[in-house]
Design a protein around this ligand. Sequence first.
Ligand SMILES: Cc1cc2nc3c(=O)[nH]c(=O)nc-3n(C[C@H](O)[C@H](O)[C@H](O)COP(=O)(O)O)c2cc1C
Length: 377
Amino acid sequence: MSETSQPSSTSDFLWFAQLSRDGEFIGTKEKPLRKPTLEYVSSLIETAAEAGFSSLLTATNYHSEHENYTAAIAALARTRGAGLLIAVRPGMFQPAMYAKMLATAQNLFPGRVRLNIVTGSSPLENAMYGDFEAHAQRYKRTREFITILRQLWTQPAPQSYQSELFHFENAVLEPAPVQPIPIYFGGASEAAQRVAAELADVYLLWGEREDMLRERLDQMRVLEGEHGRKLSYGLRTHVVVRETEAEAWQAAERLISRVDPEVRRAFVESYSNVDGVGQLRQFQMLQEAGDSLVVEPHLWAGVGMARSGVGVAIVGDPGQVAEKIRGYERMGISTFIFSGYPHLEEARRFGELVMPLLKGTQAEERVLHPGGVAPVA
Ligand SMILES: Cc1cc2nc3c(=O)[nH]c(=O)nc-3n(C[C@H](O)[C@H](O)[C@H](O)COP(=O)(O)O)c2cc1C
């Protein structure tokens, strides 16, 4: 593993806080055994922190066992050592209220709270939240929502706002967040890219082929230039790492070895109800990968057989995984959100096998970030 001679990575590494049942197999008919109890979610956060991750993403998903803001606050109160990247759908809350909720979270858990803006990919799921807006209108709402959050977090004077979507009068957010709340943003459509370039701090991409990532990063750099801004870029993928490459591919195959045909059929049928461009691109990559499920060297689409959202995993031995990550860093990506099944054991494994190659440290030398979170570039 020659990567030890590489300079230490300055990237920010996040893990994933599983808020549904966790297990060794995906796509099974029976639910995985491990429940997302507060004890489990807390130990996941502390294990990820020990492994060298600065924060964990809590996704918003109506099918998830827990609503993510509620679970995040409970888990933050019980843990130390890593923060949480809390996802929100702008249609779920009045923005003045949500600005207050997140400011409260950041003030109770200083420096441990970041926000991920999610505009929604599935009309069926949107309907569960009572959100019946079409894609373009959802992004219009997202844009206004972020504008209002920023306004309330940074302006001490009373703020009023009136549009066809939102209206409030004389809102004063006191106290303001003790530390800025970084805004992360996922979405692959042109509408998403435009809003992100104007208002986000970190633009997130789901794993795709490297040429696809390069193309989108190029587009984003043009758009951020139009606003005179400079964003950070982040990538979200799963990881299957083992001591040898052969073992990693065996582990990948094992993960999907119990996919139930009925679960799979229902999952494929759900594609027809999706309007999220990023999600459709994940489905297309899976189809194009064919039986091997290999998208490109060390990128595997198998997780997408039975999981919505990001469906690709980096697969390889520790050196291969680290080199794949180095390649993304060379493209300008400096934030990574990883996961693996089960999330606790795989966070630990990544910390032992890959993190030392990236950070140039041994696991036992690493100290937890004081106050919980590493700075966000
Ligand atoms: C890293 C990342 C995390 C995301 N997290 C969520 C999530 O928690 N819940 C969700 O419904 N969508 C999530 N999404 C989907 C997007 O936020 C967005 O709503 C969706 O892709 C639709 O937008 P698009 O048509 O612009 O792609 C995520 C996307 C990315 C890239």
